[in-house]
Design a protein around this ligand. Structure first.
Ligand SMILES: CC(C)(COP(=O)(O)OP(=O)(O)OC[C@H]1O[C@@H](n2cnc3c(N)ncnc32)[C@H](O)[C@@H]1OP(=O)(O)O)[C@@H](O)C(=O)NCCC(=O)NCCS
Length: 156
């Protein structure tokens, strides 16, 4: 469990539960031009890397999982967002750190993710966590924007 001071409130990071899904979906819609559907989140309930930041209300979430591979499993950050009013207070960083911990616990040797090349806040967050550019997926997003594929090693 992780606590972060934001204003006078504390924000707790915990596993997502069914009762959180509506709030998660609202933040998703406020954050992305092509949001995931509600049922996509439902499918990941119980996943150790599906976490919410809770300050009395859900103010952010991260969804990460691991896939078996020959050798070590590989982690994937599939989605992360913080409610617009709660950004810039360290919540995204806390969520990402906890998701990385969860993937480590599942023995992942590395973590990958995709990010829009224009998404400066997210790129700043990932760089701060040691992610580096591995490849570019041209036209990855529905509007034609390229995705940068970033990777971080979890050893050491
Ligand atoms: C990306 C996002 C999750 C960051 O959450 P956040 O709670 O605002 O981030 P934090 O306050 O924890 O900041 C952590 C780091 O992110 C980077 N960052 C955050 N906001 C930034 C901004 N507006 N510009 C540049 N870098 C920024 C910085 O490196 C920051 O570290 P610092 O405070 O030491 O400078 C949030 O902006 C968001 O929800 N964006 C919309 C959804 C999205 O794009 N998700 C990523 C999809 S790949």
């Amino acid at each position: 469990m992780t606590t972060t001071a934001t204003d006078d409130r504390s924000v707790r990071t915990r596993e997502a539960a069914r009762a959180d899904l509506l709030a998660v979906f609202r933040i998703e819609k406020a954050s992305f031009p092509q949001p995931w559907p509600y049922r996509a989140f439902e499918r990941f309930l119980g996943e150790p890397g599906f976490l919410v930041a809770d300050s009395g209300e859900v103010v952010g979430y991260v969804l990460a999982d691991t896939t078996p591979k020959s050798g070590r499993p590989i982690g994937h950050v599939k989605d992360i967002a913080v409610a617009p009013f709660a950004r810039g207070q360290g919540i995204g960083a806390t969520l990402l750190a906890r998701a990385i911990d969860a993937m480590r616990e599942q023995k992942a040797g590395s973590v990958r993710l995709e990010v829009r090349e224009s998404n400066e806040p997210a790129l700043g967050l990932y760089r701060r966590f040691g992610f580096t550019h591995r490849t570019t997926s041209p036209g990855y997003y529905a509007d034609g924007e390229d995705a940068l594929v970033l990777v971080r090693d979890l050893d050491g």
